[in-house]
Design a protein around this ligand. Sequence first.
Ligand code: PMP
Length: 332
Amino acid sequence: MAKIYESITELVGRTPLLEIKNYEKKHGLQAKILVKLEYYNPNQSVKDRIALAMIENAEKKGLLKPGYTIVETTSGNTGIGLAAIAATKGYRFRVYIQDQVSQERYQVIHAFGGETIKLSEEPAIAKVLEETGGDFVAAIKALREEVLSKEKDIFFVDQVSNPANPAIHEATTGPEIWEDTEGKVDIFVANVGTGGTVSGTGRYLKSKNPGIQIIAIQPGENSLPSEENPEPEEITGVHPFEGIPVERVPQTMDLQIYDEKFEVETIEAYRAAREVAKTDGILIGTSSGAAIHAATQLAKRPENEGKTIVAVLPDTGLRYLSTNLFNEEFLV
Ligand code: PMP
């Protein structure tokens, strides 16, 4: 029977689970590491899932109609996913970029016909950022109240408070892992940016087996800006959720869902990503490296012998070629 897809929206999700056999062997691991390769999504990241879900949810609720502009603030992958789906569905797309992000990301959003604006280039927001010392929660509030409220025919996606974000992981990522492992999963590892992946997938897996351990990754101390090191190499898209004021934790992060918080330094993430490219031939981004590093440390714990660890790898290493991720002279 012919199998012809009619929209990239049909290509989102159902990503493969791969056991990184050579890497396990090299490290003498007594536990299995299965990685969920989210770069198999049509625009190469886990964020295609939420981009599609948030857009279709808004269409169903009447918040997004033909002729509207879709607006978001993001450091990258969500912008790319939204830009592509906006293109295929015929919406305009505008993204306010929060962080220093790699050049590739701007180029990709522009290729899809999207518009990019740095948060600091919008005067009302620049003022709030300066007054608050870089408080993004306050900046997004100002964007909503002082900029977007004055425009019409706008849909502000807001992935950090949009319930469709964790919900799509509960509806798809979780079930895919459960089905592909036939329920044989003991530990689930995910990064936390908005917290959508860990919260939604974690919720589904715990509903099937409350004994599954959920591990949430946050950046290590040396990988966050500090007085000594104001601009460290950061793990793209990954943010602290413990040790910060609760009002700065995204609403999409369920602080009750995880059993353990695991800290990873950027250099550890780089090493893991570089290594698994050489052992198993997969080219992944920094946060994926962080997930493999965490999974490796968990696999080495004696109590985890014989267990199965599933780690979500959010995106492709191709999106980091202008960074130091695969620059082997850097931080080796
Ligand atoms: N890794 C990358 C590369 C990301 O872009 C993100 C999301 N910003 C994450 C990890 C974290 O995923 P989530 O938002 O679902 O917590």
